[in-house]
Design a protein around this ligand. Structure first.
Ligand SMILES: NC(=O)c1ccc[n+]([C@@H]2O[C@H](COP(=O)([O-])OP(=O)(O)OC[C@H]3O[C@@H](n4cnc5c(N)ncnc54)[C@H](OP(=O)(O)O)[C@@H]3O)[C@@H](O)[C@H]2O)c1
Length: 264
């Protein structure tokens, strides 16, 4: 830095605050989704805590955010239904009159058989929630984000998309599909001030992995250089960063949050 170079502003010009923004977190009733709602609300965003089956959990979290001085509402939708996404976006706009941040986090991880024995139905159900739902939510948000000239779309994929996972081809393929979707959309909407990124968690301690702990915890710990599972908050914090102004030059990127399980 030469003597004449202006010094960086203090506080920094690019803030991590989300004050004045409205966010929708799909799967807000689940582990990573709930932590993400809390992180976005703590940064100042008004948050839609989306749920499908677990309404009570979503309402409890929305009440908790409100009680802490934030703004939140719980809204339900089955995102495997063709109209689920568009109705959810309509309801979000009806509540907050804006939508700046979409976190496509809802997902399902089911044990399948090997590909040779997998039914069309198992395959299609995984694609419906893990890939198509994200496409439909993003498509429904775009007119509003484009009109405002600012937007953040963060798609939650999985390390399985990059490593593969035997007996989970339906899940890994859907999550890998999110990558091509993210990169393509990032190119389409960059000119509108909208960034689109991927967050790829490794093994995170939520209800999704709890049923597998007894059998697989030791193997997972061995594979993970940090020698532990991640906490939902450790995925939520990078999501909140990507949603902020501080990440304004990041689009079409993948942020791996996996304790070193996969270094890419
Ligand atoms: N935990 C991990 O180790 C891990 C690793 C890699 C990637 N991920 C990804 O991270 C995301 C969050 O996972 P999590 O671990 O927090 O799992 P989780 O606690 O099981 O939460 C899953 C969320 O998805 C929602 N959901 C499921 N089916 C839905 C449907 N048909 N329509 C709408 N919403 C639906 C659930 O809503 P209801 O419960 O209200 O039905 C729930 O809020 C998922 O996309 C997952 O694939 C997780």
């Amino acid at each position: 830095m030469s003597e004449n170079t202006p010094l960086p502003a203090l506080p920094p010009v690019l803030s991590t605050s989300l004050a004045g923004r409205a966010a929708l977190v799909t799967g807000g009733s689940g582990g990573i989704g709930a932590a993400t709602c809390a992180a976005l609300a703590a940064a100042g965003a008004a948050v839609v805590v989306h749920y499908s089956a677990h309404r009570a959990e979503a309402e409890r979290l929305a009440d908790h955010i409100q009680a802490a001085g934030g703004t939140a509402v719980a809204l339900g939708a089955d995102l495997t239904e063709p109209v689920g996404a568009s109705r959810l976006i309509e309801a979000t706009l009806a509540h907050f009159s804006r939508l700046d941040i979409l976190v496509n986090n809802a997902g399902q991880y089911t044990d399948g058989p090997a590909v040779a024995a997998m039914s069309d139905d198992q395959w299609e159900r995984s694609l419906a929630i893990n890939l198509t739902a994200a496409f439909r939510c993003a498509r429904a948000c775009l007119p509003f984000m484009k009109a405002s000239g600012w937007g953040r779309i963060i798609n939650v994929t999985s390390q399985a998309a990059y490593t593969g996972s035997a007996n989970h081809a339906h899940y890994a393929a859907a999550k890998a599909g999110l990558a091509g979707f993210t990169y393509s959309l990032a190119k389409e909407v960059a000119a509108y001030g909208i960034t689109v990124n991927l967050v790829a968690p490794g093994r995170i301690l939520t209800d999704m992995v709890r049923p597998h702990l007894e059998q697989r915890l030791e193997e997972w710990m061995r594979q993970t250089p940090l020698r532990r599972l991640g906490q939902p908050e450790e995925v939520a914090a990078p999501i909140a960063f990507l949603a902020s102004e501080a990440a304004s030059y990041i689009t079409g990127a993948t942020l791996h949050v996996n304790g070193g399980l996969l270094m890419a």
